[in-house]
Design a protein around this ligand. Structure first.
Ligand SMILES: Nc1ncnc2c1ncn2[C@@H]1O[C@H](COP(=O)(O)OP(=O)(O)O)[C@@H](O)[C@H]1O
Ligand SMILES: [Mg+2]
Length: 243
């Protein structure tokens, strides 16, 4: 993974950049910086992911006035950099998995997250169907006084249940994995999302199972446990479903 300093060092436009922090990222180089004195996030895409950058830019441009997502200030197509506003907040993955955060607080957060998805899906609903986030993992959400979504490079037309189930798979499979509390948080998330929307959300359990299996591709060391829960969810549904 390259460092943002390589970009700053070679492109005149970024000469006046002070790096505050680089984020953990699998694909891209993402950093919180001061660019000409202003707080910004630079997301530097590899050349092969230019289409993803354009996609993310379009989604942000259209949605950021209505849905909690960063404002896209600029796009630098020559160097494949998306320049967006910086969101002050804690990562939802850290909060949901923090043993010092109460279960009640986690439930409040997961309801705000369900509300975020209901808002996103409603806003991006069109005659073509729904636009979904496409990479629904806890890491892509931040919390300050509200929940904010980031990382729209994989947004695509799809079924809302894919986002809902993907989110549950992320909740269940981040450490601590598959605890009772995690299943209860999923239950709250699904129930509340369904209350908020006026479209059908079907086969959530089946979809969660499928999303868990998908994760084995990137996490071979957890293959056994992911498969075990995927199988049990396929056969018996999500626990607490009938509560
Ligand atoms: N606008 C932003 N404000 C604050 N933090 C951000 C912003 N955009 C991204 N991040 C942080 O950087 C991380 C990586 O960015 P992301 O767009 O998810 O890249 P990747 O595609 O590599 O996952 C995110 O998980 C989030 O913690
Ligand atoms: Mg991400």
């Amino acid at each position: 993974m390259q460092s943002i300093n390589e970009l700053i060092g070679k492109v005149e436009r970024y000469a006046n950049t002070i790096v505050q922090r680089e984020f953990i990222s699998k694909k891209n180089t993402v950093a919180y910086v001061f660019l000409d004195g202003k707080p910004r996030v630079l997301k530097w895409f590899a050349p092969a992911f230019k289409e993803n950058m354009l996609k993310e830019y379009q989604v942000l441009k259209k949605g950021s006035s209505a849905v909690n997502m960063p404002h896209p200030y600029d796009i630098d197509e020559k160097n494949n950099v998306l320049i967006m506003g910086y969101i002050v907040g804690e990562n939802l993955c850290d909060l949901i998995n923090d043993k010092d955060v109460s279960f009640g607080e986690k439930q409040r957060l997961i309801m705000l997250l369900a509300r975020w998805f209901a808002g996103f899906h409603s806003f991006f609903r069109s005659e073509k169907g729904f636009l979904i986030h496409g990479d629904p993992v806890l890491r892509n959400f931040l919390f300050s006084d509200r929940v904010w979504g980031v990382d729209f490079e994989e947004s695509r037309v799809g079924k809302p249940v894919e986002d809902v189930a993907g989110m549950c798979a992320s909740v269940l499979s981040t450490n601590p994995m598959f605890t009772v509390d995690k299943f209860l948080l999923c239950k709250t998330f699904i129930q509340y999302y369904k209350e908020l929307v006026d479209w059908e959300v079907e086969d959530v359990s089946q979809e969660v199972s499928y999303k868990l299996l998908e994760k084995t591709r990137w996490r071979p060391e957890q293959e056994a446990v992911l498969k075990k829960y995927a199988k049990s969810i396929t056969e018996q549904g999500l626990p607490f479903d009938s509560l």
